[in-house]
Design a binder for this molecule. Structure first.
Ligand code: SF4
Length: 208
């Protein structure tokens, strides 16, 4: 059976991809590398959940064990403007591109350095991520590190993944990961601003 390195953004998102990859004759090996997750206790909890999942389904598992808050903030500081939490182009923030590129470049490098022929990512399972951009970056880094990217639209197994993670009693987080996404999820001020922004976008333009 061919091994494939599966980047796990978290345990629940990896449920359907692992099932699907097994069906396709692969032997998935989990790799948790997510320096985008904050604060520390949340990162630790998601790492432990990913490990718990790997143990429950019996797959090999590796993890980047370093919490890298400062590096994430340094990388994203230039694109996180004061209105970034409210105003975002096409539903996605500029910082997400940096976040995907960082993670996928390290995953592709890890795959190449550890003699995996293929890699893929559970980010392709999420309905809340920029699927096209993830695919583009993964293809780019696959070429750069000379390893094959296995593309698959895992979003088709959305409900299946939810059911599996519930059966396995995995912790399910309620925000994407970075400290900005946590603020966007829970700040009433930001939610209000966003509603206002989107209402304004729907209005026919009266200028010019
Ligand atoms: S919202 Fe999610 S994908 Fe975007 S930067 Fe934050 S953690 Fe990364």
């Amino acid at each position: 059976m061919e091994k494939i390195l599966l980047h796990m953004c978290c345990g629940p998102c990896a449920c359907y991809p692992v099932k699907r990859l097994h069906e396709e004759g692969f032997e998935p090996v989990g790799y948790f590398l997510n320096p985008n997750i904050h604060p520390h206790q949340e990162w630790k909890r998601r790492l432990n959940t990913a490990r718990e999942f790997a143990e429950k389904v019996g797959i090999e598992f590796f993890a980047d064990n370093h919490y890298r808050l400062r590096e994430f903030l340094t990388r994203t500081a230039l694109v996180v403007e004061s209105f970034d939490s409210v105003h975002f182009a096409d539903g996605f923030h500029k910082r997400c591109g940096i976040c995907y590129a960082w993670r996928l470049s390290e995953v592709a490098r890890f795959a190449a350095e550890n003699n995996f022929k293929f890699f893929t990512t559970s980010l392709l399972y999420s309905r809340h991520q920029n699927h096209g951009l993830i695919k583009k970056f993964a293809e780019h880094y696959a070429e750069r590190f000379d390893v094959k990217f296995h593309y698959e639209d895992f979003r088709v197994g959305w409900q299946d993944g939810i059911d599996l993670s519930t059966e396995l009693e995995l912790y399910r987080q309620n925000y994407c990961g970075c400290i900005f996404s946590e603020e966007e999820r829970f700040s009433n001020d930001i939610r209000k601003e966003r509603r206002k922004y989107f209402r304004a976008q729907k209005k026919p333009s009266v200028e010019s």
